[in-house]
Design a protein around this ligand. Structure first.
Ligand code: EPU
Length: 351
């Protein structure tokens, strides 16, 4: 199959904020040979490159001049079944939630807390996706990637991915720290480790509440999956209907002294102790406290049910621009900084 190259390609269908923008050139990558073909093409090989998965963690602020590599690598299989774990592999272009659903249907539990997160398998490690007490790094085995500089494929384990809270080496520009791989590594396949025996992860408050309400002290993985889907549907907008990228800011971490200082001024602030003694603050609570819930700038708005989520209130050509979304984000940062002395850090990649 020859590689598929599109010129002046619309990106609106490929980003969950539904922002209208175009890619000067877009290549659909359905196998590693497509990446080798890009490097073999004298014009494409020279352009800077931007790797796009499900577009659920990007804000497009204009047309993209870099060559867009739209990863559509498919395939899923069980690679190993040991007494300690199921090892499952999927192509980077597979839809994340479909993989979660498929593993559970096969009888391989472990991903239920991560149900309904938008995006692709390849995007999951970039962002180290997380929800309801589980992060991708807790279920990660290894990944294969293609190096656009050397033209070679390589494999990385968890340590080499540099996972942090909503962070990895894939979010950082190549060459800056020596470790960054953005625009250089294209993740092609990801392997997950689903530990045996399965243990439910029910520590998150929303899940504890649900468990008490339903009166099921020992839920199955499928029950937890259903609860997570229900909780997400109640709080978070469905990106197929309302454009959004999930949480727009990370929850900031502060020292115990900073936390005590903020509690003294704002006793209601939602905060969680971290294993290292620091505290994580609920950014959504702070944005809400600053009165932003339901507000808008142009067509960019703050979601009514979760202030940490910014939404595109329009659609198509009349929808929000990336500039409007970033203007709203900056206004929110300013008011949270003025009231709490904390600078919120955006979660998505701004292009
Ligand atoms: N809160 C408010 N007002 C709001 C929003 C939140 O008071 O408008 C309060 C809530 O009542 C709650 C606390 O803030 O006490 C935290 O809210 P929530 O449980 O909704 O979680 P979150 O911290 O806002 C994080 C992740 C989500 C993940 C959920 C569940 C980040 C940046 N976000 O949200 O991840 O689904 O926890 O684990 O860590 C994402 O990264 O895109 C994402 C959706």
């Amino acid at each position: 199959m020859p590689m598929v190259v599109e010129n002046n390609a619309p990106l609106q269908p490929h980003n969950t904020l539904h922002i209208v923008a175009r890619a000067q050139t877009l290549v659909r990558v359905s196998c590693e040979a497509d990446l080798a073909a890009v490097l073999a093409d004298p014009v494409l090989a020279r352009s800077p490159k931007f790797v796009l998965g499900g577009g659920s963690n990007v804000v497009l602020t204009g047309d993209v001049k870099a060559l867009v590599l739209k990863v559509e690598i498919a395939g899923r299989r069980l690679v190993d079944d040991t007494p300690k774990a199921w090892i499952v592999e999927a192509g980077a272009g597979e839809n994340w939630h479909d993989i979660v659903t498929w593993t559970l249907a096969q009888g391989w539990p472990g991903l239920e807390n991560l149900a309904l997160i938008p995006g692709t398998m390849g995007g999951a490690p970039v962002q180290n996706i997380g929800a309801y007490g589980v992060e991708l790094q807790d279920r990660f085995e290894s990944l294969d990637a293609f190096d656009l500089h050397s033209g070679r494929s390589f494999t990385l384990d968890a340590g080499q991915c540099g996972f942090g809270y909503r962070d990895s080496v894939f979010k950082h520009a190549a060459g800056v720290s020596g470790m960054g791989m953005a625009g250089r590594a294209v993740i092609t396949r990801v392997r997950l480790r689903l530990p045996k025996p399965w243990k439910p992860e029910l520590g998150y408050l929303d899940l504890q509440r649900r468990r008490a309400e339903v009166g099921v002290p020992h839920p199955t993985a499928l029950q937890i999956y259903d609860w997570v889907c229900d909780i997400r549907r109640a709080k978070l907008p469905d990106p197929s209907r309302i454009g959004n990228v999930g949480s727009f800011f990370k929850n900031p971490t502060v020292t115990p002294e900073q936390c005590a200082d903020i509690i003294a001024r704002d006793p209601g602030i939602v905060h969680y102790p971290m294993p290292d003694g620091s505290f994580k603050l609920a950014a959504g609570w702070m944005i809400d406290a600053c009165g932003w819930k339901g507000k808008s700038i142009g067509q960019a708005g703050v979601y009514e049910k979760q202030a940490l989520v910014l939404v595109n209130r329009g659609g198509g050509e009349t929808g929000a621009t990336g500039g409007e979304v970033m203007t709203l984000a900056k206004a929110i940062q300013t008011s949270v900084y003025e009231r709490f002395g904390i600078l919120l850090e955006p979660e998505p990649v701004v292009v």
